[in-house]
Design a protein around this ligand. Structure first.
Ligand code: SF4
Ligand code: SF4
Length: 417
C-alpha cells in the first residue's frame, strides 16, 4: 500500500476517511472482548495507514491485530463517515501476503485447505468422507484426546453432518412441479462449496422453495467456490480465479440466488475484486434468497409452525449486504410463528469463515456472548441464513447443554408437502 505522489492509492485514501471519532468501538466484537485500541476498527485503520506511510518497520508486527479482525463489518454500519473498512482490510491483507507472506505450517495449511480442498468440490467431498470415517472409527475422538487439535476448536467442531453423502443437485434447468403456477421467470442457484457437502439439504430445500413459488431454476454445472475465504485470508489473486470462473458460469443468468450470506456478500463484491465490467455486472445480478423472495412475494404459503423463534442476522447479510428487513418480513408470513427480538442481533457470532479455527479462544468467547443474548429470548429455534453461523451457534448451544435447534430461514418458508 505504498503511497505515490503521482498515482493516488485508493486503499490508502480510504484510510484517510477515518476521523478517529471512535463511534465504531462499541460495535466491534474483538474490542469489546479484548479492550485494546489496536484490536478496534479505529486502531486497525491507524495501523494500516501507518503501514502505507512507511512508519511500520516490520509488517509482521501488525499482522496479529489484522488476523484477529473478524471482517464482520459491524464497524462499517456504525461509522458515520462511511469508512469502507472491509475493502481496506481485504486489500491490505492481500498486499501483506504478497509483500511479506505469512510463513510456517499454519499459513501453509490454510492456503492448502482453501485452495486445494475447499475450492475443489471433489476433493472437498472426499475430505468429508475421510472426516466421517475418522468419526466412525474413533480416530477423531482420539485426535481430540491426544490434543492433536486445539481443545476449543475440537469442542466447537461440528459432527460431520448426515447430508455429506448425498449427491449434489443435478445441474441444468429445474421446473416447478405440476399444479404450481409458473411466474415465467428463471433464476440461477449458486450452490457454493461447503454448502453442498455440509448443507446439501439446505440447498435442496432452497431449490424446492423456489420451485414451489413458481420459479424455474438453473443450476450451472461449472459454478464453484465464491472465493470469500481466500479473500479473507489475503489470497485475493487466487480468489480472482474462482470469481472469474463464476462470472463465466453464470453468464446467461438474469438473477443469481445465494442462500449463504458470506458467499452472497463476496459475489456482490466481484466488481471490486475483479476490477472489471464483467465482475460488476455479475455482482448486480446477485440476490440473497430472502431479498429475492421478499421482493417477488411468496406465492406458496409456508407450512404452519407453532414456535417462538429468534432471527439472528449474519454479519455478511446485515452489515455486508444491508439485508435486514426481508428475512423478518418473510418470517412474519409463516402462520403460527412468533418472532422474538434479542438484544444484539447484528453482533458477530465468531464464526467468520475459518476464524473459529484460527482464533479459537477469541471466537469461542464471542460465540458464548452471542448465544447468551439469543437464549435470553427463550426461543424454540434459532433462525439464521449462513452456514458458518449455523455451525457456530449450533456448536455453542450443544457445548453449553442447550438443545435449541438452529435452522436456515428457507426451512421455515417451505409450504406443506
Ligand atoms: S470488521 Fe468486525 S472485528 Fe474487524 S474491526 Fe470491524 S467490527 Fe471489529
Ligand atoms: S472508522 Fe468511522 S466510526 Fe470508527 S473511528 Fe473511524 S470514522 Fe469513527
Amino acid at each position: 500500500m505504498a503511497r505515490s505522489s503521482e498515482v493516488p492509492d485508493p486503499t490508502y485514501a480510504r484510510t484517510l476517511d477515518c476521523v478517529h471519532c471512535g463511534l465504531c468501538l462499541p460495535a466491534c466484537p474483538t474490542h469489546r472482548v479484548l479492550g485494546v485500541e489496536a484490536d478496534s476498527p479505529r486502531g486497525r485503520i491507524y495501523l494500516m495507514r501507518a503501514l502505507a506511510e512507511g512508519r511500520v518497520e516490520d509488517p509482521n508486527a501488525i499482522r496479529p491485530f489484522l488476523d484477529r479482525c473478524l471482517d464482520c463489518r459491524a464497524c462499517e454500519t456504525a461509522c458515520p463517515s462511511g469508512v469502507r473498512y472491509g475493502e481496506i482490510l481485504e486489500d491490505v491483507r492481500s498486499r501483506l501476503q504478497q509483500q511479506s507472506p505469512a510463513r510456517g505450517l499454519r499459513a501453509w495449511l490454510v492456503r492448502t485447505l482453501l485452495w486445494h480442498v475447499v475450492a475443489r468440490q471433489r476433493r472437498l467431498r472426499a475430505a468429508f468422507w475421510l472426516l466421517r470415517a475418522a468419526e466412525i472409527t474413533g480416530l477423531r475422538w482420539l485426535a481430540t484426546r491426544l490434543r492433536l487439535v486445539p481443545p476449543t476448536a475440537a469442542a466447537l467442531a461440528p459432527k460431520t453432518p448426515p447430508a455429506r453423502a448425498r449427491r449434489p443437485i443435478p445441474p441444468g434447468r429445474h421446473s416447478p412441479p405440476p399444479g404450481v403456477a409458473r411466474r415465467g421467470r428463471a433464476v440461477a442457484l449458486f450452490t457454493g462449496c461447503v454448502m453442498e457437502p455440509m448443507f446439501g439439504e439446505i440447498n435442496r430445500k432452497t431449490l424446492r422453495l423456489l420451485l414451489a413459488n413458481g420459479f424455474d431454476v438453473d443450476v450451472p454445472a461449472t459454478q464453484g467456490c465464491c472465493g470469500a475465504l481466500l479473500v479473507h485470508a489475503g489470497h485475493a489473486g487466487l480468489a480472482r480465479r474462482l470469481a472469474a470462473a463464476n462470472v463465466r458460469a453464470f453468464a446467461d443468468a438474469e438473477i443469481v440466488i445465494s442462500n449463504s450470506a458470506g458467499c452472497g456478500c463476496a459475489m456482490k463484491e466481484y466488481g471490486h475484486l475483479l476490477g472489471d465490467e464483467g465482475g460488476a455486472s455479475f455482482a448486480s445480478k446477485c440476490r440473497d434468497i430472502s431479498e429475492f423472495l421478499a421482493a417477488e412475494g411468496l406465492s406458496a404459503t409456508p407450512a404452519a409452525r407453532v414456535a417462538r423463534v429468534v432471527y439472528d442476522d449474519p454479519c455478511h447479510l446485515c452489515h455486508g449486504q444491508g439485508v435486514r428487513r426481508e428475512p423478518r418480513e418473510l418470517l412474519a408470513a409463516v402462520p403460527g410463528l412468533e418472532l422474538v427480538a434479542h438484544e444484539r442481533p447484528e453482533d458477530c457470532c465468531g464464526s467468520a469463515g475459518i476464524y473459529n479455527l484460527l482464533q479459537s479462544e477469541l471466537a469461542s468467547e464471542i460465540g458464548r456472548r452471542k448465544l447468551e443474548a439469543i437464549l435470553a429470548g427463550r426461543p424454540d429455534a434459532i433462525v439464521t441464513a449462513n452456514p458458518g453461523c449455523m455451525l457456530q451457534l449450533d456448536s455453542h448451544a450443544r457445548a453449553s447443554g442447550h438443545s435449541v435447534p438452529v435452522v436456515h430461514l428457507v426451512e421455515l418458508l417451505l409450504p406443506s408437502e
